[in-house]
Design a protein around this ligand. Structure first.
Ligand SMILES: Cc1ncc(COP(=O)(O)O)c(C=O)c1O
Length: 402
């Protein structure tokens, strides 16, 4: 029998890093179990009542009574799953209602619901940009955007994060007449910074490119109607495709693309991550549609969420933590840790205080950073934010970060 290389040998480095970390005695930050979820902002973890500051439940919709009721009714009336693709037996009334709610939410002509946001990026990006085309994308793009590029056949041209000149330089070099898709995000989820969409979209249009903006972390919160950063910067009409997810502000699971492109509906037949997968369960699309409709009237919640974000940002800055942005730009406040060991120790100290945040490390993070990512929720009370700051102060001093 001939010898072959162990297919798992490529993971040896990460296995070793993980073993070293756990050997230091810290709890594994990547296998926490929520034993019971009490509300959008609290759960029982390790038997303890814990404040959640590391979910994407920005608008706190997961326990909304109307959302829960819609899900229960759909379970009773349509069963637990569709067992089929959207293009065969998997389109129920609820999927159409969900797409109607999205069209209304964004005031756009077309909406297509995918099973996840990941698949929405995978599908739309790989399908619209073909062999002769170019995709120009921010180097810090989400994994689902990169994977959408890998799945397709277009030429991939990355540019430096949020750098308008670098974008223009790349666009200028693309051969005359080639198809071009510029892919941007409203909020970049690791550091919580926003894109200069107004300038970037203007440059993209100057070179005749189509623009796709992933508004996963801004939907429901940023912009007058919660349509995202493109709305806040007054350029939503110039965006060709908005990608979003139901796994953040909407409070369930699923993904979507909305567009005004007159030929958009053909996507339903040619987009493989839409066609060759089962559609979302009826209970999920019912909760999503109800949540989206309620988010249209969420301006008070949006205002409170901004207050929370600003207070957490200023409180942590005053204590001496280094944050991902100088000013709060979204509901994500990223605290930069000196290294993985200190980051894990701080993560554990916060958990013992009764606070859950996300520990993020490469390859998810830019520039090899270890981050404690805090994502605020409109349901965090102002008092809770003060409690959170007290927890950070004690944990930061105990671990020696401040
Ligand atoms: C920018 C961005 N796009 C897409 C996704 C994928 O969303 P989903 O959880 O629905 O797959 C995420 C999820 O983290 C994201 O941050």
């Amino acid at each position: 029998m001939s010898e072959s290389r162990d297919l798992f040998s490529k993971f040896d480095d990460i296995i070793q890093t993980r073993e070293n970390l756990l050997a230091s005695g810290v709890e594994d930050p990547f296998s926490l179990v929520m034993e019971k979820v009490l509300s959008p902002t609290r759960a029982i973890c390790n038997g303890r009542d814990t404040i959640l500051l590391g979910t994407y439940n920005y608008m706190g919709m997961t326990f909304d009574p109307d959302v829960i009721e819609a899900g229960k009714q759909a379970l009773d009336n349509f069963g637990s799953g569709t067992t089929g693709s959207r293009v065969l037996n998997g389109t129920y009334q609820g999927h159409k209602e969900c797409e109607e709610a999205l069209k209304e939410f964004y005031a756009m002509d077309h909406a297509m619901v995918f099973s996840t946001g990941y698949q929405a990026n995978l599908g739309i990006i790989s399908t619209i940009a073909g062999k002769e085309d170019y995709i120009v994308l921010d180097i810090d793009s989400h994994a689902s955007i990169w994977d959408g590029c890998s799945l397709g056949n277009a030429q991939i041209v990355p540019f430096k994060h949020n750098d308008i000149e670098a974008l223009e330089k790349r666009l200028r070099r693309i051969p005359e007449g080639a198809g071009k898709l510029v892919v941007l995000e409203g909020v970049y989820s690791m550091l919580g910074d926003i894109a200069p969409l107004k300038e970037m979209i203007a440059v993209s249009k100057k070179y005749g490119a189509m623009v796709l903006v992933d508004e996963a972390h801004s939907m429901g919160f940023i912009g007058e109607h919660g349509r995202g950063v493109a709305e806040a910067q007054g350029v939503l009409d110039d965006v060709d495709f908005v990608i979003g997810t139901f796994s953040k502000s909407v409070g369930t699971v699923g993904g979507f693309c909305v567009s005004n492109h007159p030929k958009f509906e053909i996507m339903r037949l040619v987009c493989r991550p839409y066609v060759f997968t089962a559609s979302l369960p009826p209970s999920v699309v019912a909760t999503a549609a109800t949540s989206i409709r309620k988010l249209m009237h969420g301006s008070n919640k949006r205002a409170h969420l901004w207050e929370n974000s600003k207070r957490l940002h200023s409180g942590l800055t005053d204590m001496g933590f280094t944050l991902g942005t100088e000013e709060p730009q979204s509901a994500i406040v990223a605290v930069i840790m000196p290294d993985l060991e200190k980051g894990a120790a701080m993560w554990e100290a916060l958990l013992k205080e009764g606070l859950y945040v996300n520990l993020a490390r490469p390859p998810a993070t830019p520039a090899n950073m270890t981050l404690l990512r805090c994502s605020l929720c409109a349901e965090h009370s102002s008092e809770e934010v003060e409690t959170i700051l007290g927890m950070f102060e004690r944990a930061g001093k105990a671990v020696g970060i401040i």
